[in-house]
Design a protein around this ligand. Structure first.
Ligand code: G4P
Length: 189
C-alpha cells in the first residue's frame, strides 16, 4: 500500500535494530484518513471470505480493525490484555509472550462473544514473531469458530512471524512488508 509506505518513510523511526516507531500515525497518534484507507484495503482483500467478525488485540490494532469491520459490515471484538471489572467470569484465556517487549500477558475474551459459527478475521498493527497471532489461534482453538484470515498493517519480513504462521497453514495478508531497516533506510518488499 503506497500511501502507508510513504507515511512510514516520512514519519517512521528505527529506534532499535528491529523496532520501528510509528507513534505519529498508528501506535499513539492515529491518522483517521489513513485508518479509513487501511480498513478499505483489508475489506477489499477479504470480502469473499465470508468474515462474520473482526478480532484485534488492544490497543494499537483497534483503529485498523474497527475500520475493516465497518467496511466488511461486521462487528469487531477487542481481545483484552487487561481484565476490566465489567467482564464476566465466563472467559477464555491464552498466554502470549512478546519478544519485542519482553513480557507475558493473558489474552482474554468473554465466552458469550465467540460463537461456533464465527468466521474470524484477525487484524493487528505489526507482525514480528507472530506470538500475538498464535495467542489468537490458541484462543479460537478452544472453540469451534474458525480463523479464516490474518491482516497485518506492517509486517517485518526479517522476523519469522509469517514463516511460523505459514508452517501452521495460516496465510498472512500484509499491507506493507519491510524487508530490512536501519537508522537511515527502510526497504520495502
Ligand atoms: P509478535 O506478536 O509478532 O511476536 O510481536 P511481538 O510480541 O514481538 O510484539 C509485541 C508488541 O510489540 C505488540 O504491541 C506489537 O504490535 C509491537 N511491535 C512489534 N514490533 C514492533 C515494531 O517494530 N514497532 C512497534 N511500534 N511496535 C512493534 P503491543 O504490546 O500489543 O502494544 P500495543 O498494541 O498496545 O501498541
Amino acid at each position: 500500500m503506497k500511501e502507508l509506505e510513504e507515511k512510514i518513510r516520512h514519519y517512521g523511526k528505527v529506534i532499535e535494530p528491529d523496532v520501528l516507531k510509528v507513534n505519529s500515525f498508528l501506535n499513539h497518534g492515529v491518522d483517521p484518513i489513513l485508518m479509513d484507507h487501511i480498513g478499505k484495503a483489508f475489506a477489499d482483500h477479504f470480502k469473499n471470505n465470508e468474515i462474520t467478525v473482526v478480532y484485534t488485540i488492544e490497543s494499537s490494532g483497534i483503529a485498523p480493525a474497527l475500520m475493516s469491520a465497518l467496511y466488511l459490515g461486521v462487528p469487531m471484538v477487542i481481545l483484552k490484555k487487561n481484565m476490566s471489572s465489567t467482564m464476566s467470569d465466563d472467559l477464555l484465556h491464552a498466554t502470549v509472550t512478546s519478544f519485542t517487549k519482553g513480557n507475558t500477558y493473558d489474552l482474554t475474551i468473554e465466552k458469550s462473544l465467540i460463537h461456533d459459527t464465527d468466521r474470524i478475521l484477525f487484524i493487528d498493527d505489526f507482525l514480528a514473531n507472530g506470538q500475538a497471532a498464535f495467542g489468537v489461534i490458541d484462543l479460537i482453538g478452544q472453540t469451534n469458530a474458525s480463523l479464516v484470515g490474518i491482516g497485518i498493517v506492517i509486517e517485518k519480513a526479517f522476523q519469522n512471524g509469517r514463516k511460523l504462521l505459514k508452517e501452521k497453514g495460516y496465510d498472512v495478508y500484509a499491507l506493507t512488508s519491510i524487508k530490512r531497516m536501519d537508522s537511515s533506510t527502510i526497504t520495502f518488499k
